[in-house]
Every structure is written in C-alpha cells, then in structure tokens.
Design a protein around this ligand. Structure first.
Ligand SMILES: [Fe+2]
Ligand SMILES: [Fe+2]
Length: 372
C-alpha cells in the first residue's frame, strides 16, 4: 500500500486503489458543457453525449468503491439505513398537487425553500474536526475512507451542498428548480428565522458516550446524523422531482425535474462515503479515555439508533407544524377554502415509525425503540 501522503504514481489508475490525495478526491471529470441552473453556473456538467457528470467524482467514486470492496473482502458488513424508517414528506404528493391545482403556492414555496436552506447547511461538514484516529483506534486506518475524511471527503461534500467559489451547489440548484417550476414565486421572508428558532429550541443532549474522546464522539454523532439525513433526503427529493416535473403543475417540468435528478445523482457519494467510514469504524476497536477499549460496533450502532429514533420521531411532527402554521392563511385566496382544507386533511398519510431501528443496543429486545 502506498503512503497516504505521497500516492504512488503507478497506482493512479489502478482499480482498487486505496490511497488518494486531497486534490484527487476533489477532482472533477472534464465536461463539454457546464450546468446552468436558472442563471447560475453550477457544479457538474455534461459530457460529449449529453450525460450529466456529478462534480468531484472522477476519483471519489472509484475510491469509495475500493474502500467498500476492501471492507467486504474483510467480511465486514456495510451499514444500511432501512428505507422503512424514512418518514413521508409532509404535505404528501397528493396534498401538494391539490394545493397547486387550487393556486395555493405558499406552502410549497416554503417547503422547497427549506430544502435549499438545509442543503446549504451541509457546508458545516467541512468544520468537523477529525481527531487523531490513529491514536484513538486500535487497528490501523491506512487506505480507508476514515483516513480520507479530512483529506478531501468532507470538503467535497461541503462544496457539493453549498457551492464553491463561483459555482452554485445544491442550495442554488434547488432555488433554481423552485423558481423555474413556480415562476419566481415570492419567497416568505421568515423561513430561515423559523428554522434557526427551532434549532435553538432543541434540547441539547448530554454526551451519550462520555467514555470516548470528545472529538471522536462529536465526529461520530455528526456523521451518523448526516448519513441519516442524506438517506431520508431521498424520499424528499423523490417528492420534489415528481412535483416539479409534473407538466400540469410546473412551468418548467423538464428543466426543473432534470435539476432535481442531477442533485439526486450527486447525493450518492455522500451516502456511500459516510456509510463506508462508519462501517470501518464499526469494524474497529475504540480506545476509551480511561485506557480501556470498546467495540466500534457497539458505539456506532448506539449512535445510529439514537439518531434514527430522534429523527423518525421529530421530523414528521416538525414538518407538519411548519406547514400548518400558515396553511389556513395560505388557503384564504382559494375559491372554497373550507372545502379545500377538508379535502387536504382527507389526503393525509398515516405513518407510524417502525418499532425498531435495527441498531438497538444488544440486550434490549424492544427496549428504547418501542417508545418511538
Ligand atoms: Fe445535497
Ligand atoms: Fe448530500
């Protein structure tokens, strides 16, 4: 294996190569035509055959593949977040269609704006401090995703979400998709403020793993949180793609739908590198502050369980509260607001989070998950 600091030139195109430089993991394939969303130049672009190429995937994609193959070769599983845990989007597709057909746009403009803001928040991943994993883990990490988190993986992720220099990222792509489909709607001025208020009001949890180095605990919890958000975003993005590419409701079904499709393809490496690094951590032994060790599996599973339990419980309620705060006011302009509200309610999806996350701490059969 080559030294991670000085990748061996002879390995540059070798399949299965495990060590990469930061520059390589941030490198994009050359494109024939840039992606212009609305009037904003965005990341990625199109090859000579008109196929969309996600940004910064020239080496990132084969690198992630090689790390996953290595794990499989070691007989270690890749963590998978079950899609059954994914809460449905609120309002659901039928409710969103009903609103748009009746000229009620504000709730959808709000929902799409929230998505773009959440994408922009993705930039905070570059601020995650990676602790000295070689000291904190018993087994070596050379040639793993873990060894590349602060050598391009977090930075590529941050750039994809919030843009970089003069190139827009997902934040700008969602704004453009919203503006194309709904013809530059008036965006409510309080969306960000409300989101920040909610974040501030959230209970700040105690340290769940006080036996760990605080930097390792922070990074692990952040990665578990972002992985779950990324996996669950798939449902939201599917909702967005269907809505914005519906010719009956969207002013630019092709352009807006294509933008969401491009975003969705850019998201794949985010899910894949995060679950790879978490699986690598899971396969290792973690050193505790008191000089003992804990199996990575116990800690990673407990972190995922904690995050999944929180998001499956809070997100449906929060999305519902967000929308309903303005729903009646937004319906006032419709022809028959009372009947519309009734029809809207009748379309509501009933969803209960599954009783188990699948990451329950060993020895607690239905334990904490039962109270989801
Ligand atoms: Fe994104
Ligand atoms: Fe993402």
């Amino acid at each position: 294996m080559s030294n991670p600091a000085t990748p061996d030139a002879s390995q540059r195109s070798a399949p299965g190569r495990l060590c990469w430089s930061r520059e390589e993991l941030l490198a994009s394939s050359p494109v024939e035509e840039p992606l212009i969303a609305g009037e904003v130049r965005c990341h990625g672009g199109f090859d000579a055959d008109g196929r969309y190429c996600s940004p910064r995937t020239l080496h990132r994609t084969p690198a992630i593949q090689a790390w996953q193959d290595q794990l499989r070769g070691q007989g270690q599983p890749l963590v998978e977040i079950p899609s059954a845990l994914m809460p449905p989007q609120y309002p659901n597709l039928d409710q969103a269609r009903l609103l748009l057909r009746n000229g009620v746009r504000e709730p959808l403009v709000r929902a799409l704006t929230i998505i773009s803001i959440v994408e922009g928040f993705g930039a905070i991943i570059r601020d995650v401090q990676v602790p000295d994993l070689r000291q904190l883990l018993v087994e070596p990490i050379d040639g793993t995703a873990l060894a590349h988190l602060d050598r391009g993986l977090f930075e590529a992720h941050a750039r994809d979400e919030s843009g970089f220099r003069d190139e827009g990222g997902h934040k700008q792509m969602w704004e453009a998709a919203r503006d194309l489909a709904l013809e530059h709607p008036k965006v409510p001025g309080d969306v960000l403020m409300r989101m920040m208020g909610r974040r501030g009001a959230r209970h700040r949890p105690e340290r769940p793993f006080p036996e760990l180095d605080p930097g390792l605990e922070r990074m692990l919890l952040m990665m578990a949180q972002v992985l779950v958000v990324e996996v669950f975003a798939e449902g939201t993005f599917d909702w967005g793609e269907q809505l914005l590419s519906d010719p009956e409701l969207s002013a630019a079904p092709e352009a807006a739908g294509a933008l969401v499709r491009h975003i969705r393809s850019d998201e794949r490496p985010h899910v894949e590198y995060l679950r790879t690094a978490l699986s690598e951590l899971r396969a290792r032994t973690l050193r505790t502050l008191d000089g003992r060790t804990r199996p990575g599996r116990e800690i990673v599973d407990a972190a995922l369980h904690r995050v999944l339990r929180g998001i499956t419980r809070d997100r449906p309620r929060e999305q519902r509260e967000d929308l309903r705060q303005n729903l009646v006011a937004a319906m006032r302009g419709a022809a028959h607001p009372g009947a519309l509200l009734e029809e809207f309610e009748a379309l509501e999806s009933v969803w209960t989070p599954p009783a188990r996350t699948g990451f329950e701490p060993t020895g607690s059969p239905a334990g904490p998950a039962a109270s989801l």
